[in-house]
Design a protein around this ligand. Structure first.
Ligand code: AMP
Ligand code: ZN
Length: 114
């Protein structure tokens, strides 16, 4: 599978990792859009949120990813708030086809996003 995020999870491509466990990895976005811009991904290759099935295991995994984002926001001192984004599919602006949460913070976000 030629997937850049699978390779980052496997340690085959370098990334600034801030968190790892059995199911997930978090690392710094290479092209940050905010003072704090981290990506949280499952180790398992799931192409997008639209591919997440109805199984309890996959739903638990998506919840786990959000829990990690929240914990990382705490560690990054984002007490004033932050934004979680999951771009999904072409219209959602997804460019890497491996499910990932963006954790953005350290500045005020705009609404609506572009
Ligand atoms: P999306 O457009 O939602 O699919 O987000 C993909 C994100 O992955 C973008 O913010 C990219 O900057 C980021 N990205 C792409 N390649 C890498 C990489 N090798 N290391 C870290 N972040 C990356
Ligand atoms: Zn992958």
């Amino acid at each position: 599978m030629d997937c850049i995020f699978c390779k980052i999870a496997a340690g085959e491509i370098p990334a600034k990792k801030l968190y790892e466990d059995e199911h997930a990895v978090a690392f710094a976005d290479i092209n940050p859009k905010a003072p704090v811009h981290l990506l949280i991904i499952p180790r398992q290759h799931i192409a997008s949120l639209a591919e997440v099935g109805a199984s309890e295991e996959e739903k638990t995994l998506v919840g786990h990813l959000h829990g990690i984002a929240n914990e990382l926001a705490r560690r990054q001192n984002l007490g004033n708030g932050y934004r979680i984004v999951i771009n999904t599919g072409p219209d959602g602006g997804q460019t890497v086809d491996h499910l990932h949460l963006h954790l953005l913070g350290g500045r005020a976000m705009h609404w609506p996003p572009g």
